[in-house]
Design a protein around this ligand. Sequence first.
Ligand code: NAI
Length: 452
Amino acid sequence: MSNDAFRDLSQNPLIQRLGVPRIPVLRRHTVGAPLLDGPALVGSVGSGRFADPVRALLKDADVPDGDGRLAAVVLDATAARTVDDLAAVQEFLTPAVRRLAPNGRLLLLGPGGAPAGPAAGTGDVEAAAVAQALDGIVRSAAKEVRAGATANLLVVDPDAPPAAVDSSVRFFLSGRSAYVDGQVVRVATPVGPARDPIGMDDPTDDVHPLAGRVAVVTGAARGIGAAIADTLARDGARVVAVDVPAAGEALAGVANRTGGTALALDITAADATGRLLAHLAERHGRVDVMVHNAGITRDKLLANMDADRWNAVLAVNLRAQLAINAALRDGDLLSDSGRIVCVASTSGIAGNRGQTNYAASKAGVIGMVRAPAPGLAARGATINAVAPGFIETEMTARMPLGTREAGRRINSLRQGGLPVDVAETVGWLGLAESGGVTGQVVRVCGQSLIGA
Ligand code: NAI
């Protein structure tokens, strides 16, 4: 039994006979599971550079070609420039989508690069329109595909080498991206070392893609943070689990089961950054993946807001992250394939009644990942945010039934996500191989209508 009784009930054939739609059971990654559980179809529009490398990646992962139901459809539309090219996209996708299996994956690759400027010729403007049109196709297809299937778009910079998209293609095709739907992610040319210089990170090792990497997770004692710690450890990372001293027992439990270390630390304390860096320097000599997950809410309408509620939320959710990131940027503990991943929220995108403080902090996180991305890229590091939508946690379990049911259903997958869905997304962004993905906000929300 999950938290979602209606979803469980909807699996019953007798209930389905009453006309109640079945809520899909999502395909999620399990250790040793194949990338895809059926054949994939790969196509390209014009002279796309990525179709052959994607075919090679799939062959490597033992994904069969084949007739019948498709586990995945990948279209390289990076060469699309004209409205005629869009007709070719439709011509390929229409029959392919009809064959998409339950929990299937539709993944498009589209052209990235600078938008057409004032001196743009007609062709440039048409190309810009076509690039944006793919966005509309994917977001609409994500709403149409059924039974747990998803659709996502990778916007690839013109000079990005084929290998730059590998980790993202793998993520979006796998069960790891179960609750990531209708998203558009830009993949740039990675600057600096494309792979971990220490050479321990092997993204093609699907069992331990984070082997040898050192990860810090704040707020790791429970909820989404504990799931992130578990998932990164499962994938081979050595985890430093951070939480407030009051959560000490739960934190020790997480550290024990992940084989990592616990650091009892209030991240808002004046000496917090210094203590975190000292712990990293002593135990590991570096950090490869810094996950800012700790977060609090102190809801109140703006008209009734007080300085304590305001400052408490901003201190944990934004100020502490700014301080740690500044120290990592200016120091030498963040490795050359360092990955900073911040947990934002769809409330930071859409706003939410009673949450001006929380939405300010989470929108602030989005600003915080966009601004320093170019500077970090110069040394091979990245910074990204994940923005969870409705996730089944203790917090959402305590919501009134009506609000909870509405929150769960207003997305294309008609259910809430699980903490592990956020954790898997963090894991993908934490790979050394994901160096082309930076300054991005990836929603883990099942294509929620909120803030869409
Ligand atoms: P939670 O309340 O279950 O866990 C948060 C953890 O952070 C706790 O263990 C807490 O002790 C720790 N923490 C709080 N203040 C801290 C501090 N000053 N120093 C160190 N640790 C501190 O929350 P949950 O639901 O797991 O959320 C995790 C993150 O995901 C938060 O940033 C939250 O805003 C975000 N989020 C959650 C959503 C949901 O549906 N649960 C939706 C969108 C975003």
